[in-house]
Design a binder for this molecule. Structure first.
Ligand code: PLP
Length: 422
């Protein structure tokens, strides 16, 4: 029965149970962490073959390149071929770089500010610059904007991304909007999967030539069900729509091999790749090709990556099931929360009663359960309804995850009761 429908006696019982459960939680002096979407140690173990690769004496790529030396700005062809197949991007339009796709996004924004982008004329800087930020979204995208003085304009996301008409309207009305952050597959944290209609609309809408879509496909291959959403050919669709330079596609193996020692990728039009590589050449004499080679040897081919991802799914799926089960059992009837059941990616997005998310995080923190700060999934850390909490189930072992979820749900109920003055 919903919280609002409880009679005074039932409410008293719930208050007594919840305050009792919270007291017990405090006494357990837990130290649990649901904050960041990091792979667990068991997931990282899957890739430990990498530690022995490329192997003593293995210094050359299949094409005869000595991977120990400088050069090869575009990255090793064999790793680009594997991920080109998986991401649906031709190898000539995909480059492999160092360990972090976030740094490629950061650099792209910085270079656009300093130098402008192909076809765009003057640098973005020297005038106000804004980005559209589908919300809830990835906090580190927002940190890049905040750090570089870019004003963020939130746009609500649905299960298939934001309303493209709303995006088009905003972009048409304000030419200082230079970009939009998109996590098209299993979005962080909403789990949204952009469909072809939304994608086509985004690449087709009228926009200035220096407007860019930052298409961050960090979770393109991270399926949790048999419904494996394939990556859309966003570069092809953009070219077809007459805007080949509008999209920059980012991806990495951070949650496929090692987070922090993986390979990052940028897919883009020839003009955008020349632009990116031209600037990249000023800050590095080439990416880590030894890492490219060891990844290519470890995966072997695209099927090798799919095989690895199935093993990740085996480790992750039970954790997501556990999160859903606890949320359903503890909150399902009360009408005080809703949550996503993602088909992939790394997060569950939990919406609690408006105005209680910060209090839930505070109560959980006091009980030793670290949650991402309320509002983190919104620009400037401000969730206007103070209701969204991002749950990252991947890192803790299952018993810890179960304890954290039980504790979290106790805090959700307690905060709701407090708000109702119960
Ligand atoms: N993009 C999204 C949407 C993410 O959630 C993350 C990590 O959580 C990243 C990018 C970071 O990617 P990388 O490790 O390649 O820098």
């Amino acid at each position: 029965m919903g919280l609002a429908e409880l009679d005074p006696q039932q409410l008293d019982t719930l208050v007594a149970e919840t305050t009792g459960a919270y007291r017990e939680l405090l006494e357990r002096k837990l130290s649990l962490d649901l904050t960041r979407g990091k792979p667990s140690a068991a997931q990282l173990d899957l890739a430990d073959e990498l530690l022995a690769l490329p192997g003593a004496g293995r210094t050359r790529s299949a094409g005869g390149v000595d991977v120990r030396n400088y050069g090869g700005q575009q990255g090793l062809p064999e790793i680009r071929e594997i991920f080109g197949e998986l991401l649906g991007i031709g190898v000539d339009q995909l480059i492999a770089q160092d360990n972090s796709s976030l740094s490629l996004m950061h650099d792209s924004v910085v270079w656009a500010l300093l130098h402008g982008v192909p076809g765009g004329g003057r640098p973005w800087s020297g005038q106000p610059v804004k980005f559209l930020c589908p919300v809830p979204g990835y906090d580190r995208h927002f940190s890049i904007c905040a750090h570089l003085g870019i004003e963020m304009v939130p746009v609500e996301t649905g299960p298939h991304g934001p309303d493209p008409d709303e995006v088009a309207r905003l972009v048409a009305a304000d030419d200082t909007i230079k970009g939009i952050w998109v996590v098209p597959t299993y979005a962080n944290p909403s789990g949204a999967v952009y469909d072809e209609a939304v994608t086509r609309a985004l690449v087709s809408m009228p926009a200035a030539p220096d407007f860019r879509i930052f298409w961050d496909n960090a979770y393109a291959l991270h399926h949790l069900t048999d419904t494996e959403h394939p990556p859309l050919d966003v570069l092809g669709l953009a070219a077809e729509a007459g805007h080949p330079d509008r999209v920059l596609v980012f991806a990495s193996t951070s949650k496929i091999s090692y987070a922090g020692s993986g390979v990052s990728f940028l897919g883009a039009s020839p003009a955008n790749l020349d632009w990116f590589l031209g600037h990249a050449a000023k800050r590095s004499i080439g990416p880590d090709k030894v890492n490219h080679l060891r990844h290519a040897l470890y995966f072997g081919d695209a099927e090798g990556v799919r095989r690895v991802m199935r093993r990740h799914r085996e480790l992750l799926e039970p954790k997501f099931a556990l999160v859903s089960a606890v949320l359903e059992r503890r909150l399902g009837d009360l009408g005080i929360a809703s949550w996503t059941t993602p088909e992939g990616g790394y997060f569950v997005s939990l919406d609690v009663l408006d105005g209680t998310a910060s209090r839930v995080v505070e109560l959980a923190g006091a009980a030793g359960i670290a949650l991402t700060p309320a509002g983190a999934s919104y620009p400037y850390g401000r969730d206007p309804r103070d209701r969204n909490i991002r749950i990252a189930p991947s890192f803790p072992p299952e018993p810890e995850l179960a304890a954290a979820m039980e504790g979290l749900t106790t805090c959700v109920v307690l905060a709701a009761l407090e708000q109702q003055g119960a």
